[in-house]
Design a protein around this ligand. Structure first.
Ligand code: HEM
Length: 398
């Protein structure tokens, strides 16, 4: 009997094995297919660091105006991710100070307390399912602090986010596109309504939170319209929750499977910041970002045509040996770590200071309490494709 045809690297990219551990597929793409094609959509995948960075830095060729191609339940493009410079730059000038390192630092005590409380909640049992018990609620709590919202709304936000990102989980038939679309658009409506009300409340009685800053903010002397504020807030839910959840899961899963590296963090907690950066590079949980080609262009010998969708494969770029010495080694003390796990160019992550704060605080509080954790024998973590969330991460200690 003829053996089945071997799958190419781009075909294997979304297989469960590659989702859990994508480095071999990335390396094959970097070596043999620097521009490849997605299995069904035929969208181009760009893998090499230099090419990905070129695309990120040239929005006139690689546009972010992809809202019509990606259904996320929105009425309009999300700000600033789905619009291009120069309009996008005007919003970033306004938003960057609201997310500065200094401003995010003021959230640290609340974030640290949340991390400690979550861990204390299961510490004595000697085990946990990390995703559900820590990685999902922790960033959502930070989000509520940022917006000055009550902790009672935690489960509402988690539900809304899941209905947008993974509506299949709620659908009676996960292949019924009408049902999927209606779950998504209902959640979208609720997000607009919730933040619409909050805008009114904060306009009347501003406080010290992000929404109060947004309702007072002006561009060229004009206050932001309600729609602009809604389009900024909608993105916050989608950009700021799953990304941190996924990163925490990937980082703790790596450390649980690599006890020597884990030991280093107990011995040298001062290295946690560097470890977070190196694990962002190595795990790159936001594996790729989409773009649409605006004018015919050539990348690594392949012509891309105007109108084509493209995936910039950040994960592969981050282990490209053309950019990183010993790219296939995890080195917490890597001297020059110009990873692009937060993207690059105009759209570089607005929330990177908050993300880094959350990740460092979580790892500090975790390693201060939980001793020598591991994945219990017979258990296997499961990863989701796209954003590499470790959906099931059983851990045991003691
Ligand atoms: C470890 C966690 C995070 C990772 C890995 C991550 C990754 C990214 C990446 C790769 C982009 C670029 C998207 C593109 O080029 O199309 C991005 C953009 C963005 N991120 Fe993050 N992110 C994280 C956390 C956060 C948080 C906590 C927030 C909110 C507070 C946030 C808000 C945003 C926003 C608003 C953008 C769009 C920026 C723009 O288009 O100008 N992110 N993020």
């Amino acid at each position: 009997m003829a053996s089945p045809p071997t799958k190419s690297a781009s075909q294997r990219l979304f297989d469960p094995a590659a989702t859990a551990c994508p480095h071999a597929v990335y390396t094959e793409l970097l070596d043999t297919e620097p521009v490849s094609r997605m299995p069904i959509s035929e969208a181009a995948i760009i893998s090499r660091y230099e090419d990905v960075l070129f695309a990120l830095r040239n929005p006139e060729i690689f546009s972010s105006q992809v809202s019509e191609k990606l259904d996320l339940g929105t009425d309009r493009p999300m700000i600033p991710q789905q619009i291009d410079p120069p309009e996008q730059t005007r919003y970033r000038k306004l938003l960057d100070p609201f997310f500065s390192r200094r401003r995010m630092k003021t959230l640290e005590p609340a974030i640290r307390l949340n991390a400690a409380n979550l861990i204390e909640g299961f510490l004595d049992s000697g085990h946990c399912e990390f995703n559900k018990q820590f990685a999902i609620p922790f960033p959502a709590q930070a989000f509520l602090h940022l917006f000055g919202l009550p902790m009672d709304d935690l489960s509402l936000f988690l539900q809304l986010k899941d209905d947008i990102i993974r509506p299949q989980q709620k659908a009676t038939d996960p292949f019924n596109t009408d049902e999927i679309n209606s779950i998504r658009s209902r959640a979208g409506r609720k997000i607009y309504d919730y933040f619409g009300e909050l805008i009114q409340v904060r306009r009347k009685a501003p406080r010290e939170d992000l929404m109060s800053s947004l309702v007072r903010a002006r561009i060229d002397g004009n206050l932001l319209s309600e729609e602009e504020i809604l389009d900024i807030c909608y993105l916050q839910i989608l950009a700021g929750l799953d990304t941190v959840t996924a990163t925490l899961g990937c980082q703790i899963a790596y450390l649980a499977a690599n006890p020597e590296q884990q030991k280093r963090l107990y011995e040298r907690p001062d290295q946690i910041e560097e470890a977070v950066e190196e694990l962002l590079r190595w795990e790159t949980p936001v594996t790729g970002v989409p773009r649409i080609v605006m004018q015919d262009t050539e990348i690594a010998g392949t012509t891309l045509h105007a109108g084509e969708m493209v995936m910039l494969l950040l994960g592969a770029a981050n282990i490209d040996p053309r950019e990183f010495d010993r790219a296939d080694q995890v080195e917490f003390d890597r001297p020059r770590n110009r990873h692009i796990a937060f993207g690059g160019g105009h759209h570089r992550c607005l929330g990177s200071h908050l993300a880094r704060l959350e990740l460092c605080v979580a790892l500090e509080e975790w390693h201060a309490r939980v001793d020598s954790y591991r994945i219990p024998p017979g258990e296997t973590p499961t990863y989701s494709p796209g954003i590499r969330e470790v959906q099931y991460l059983p851990l045991a200690w003691g």
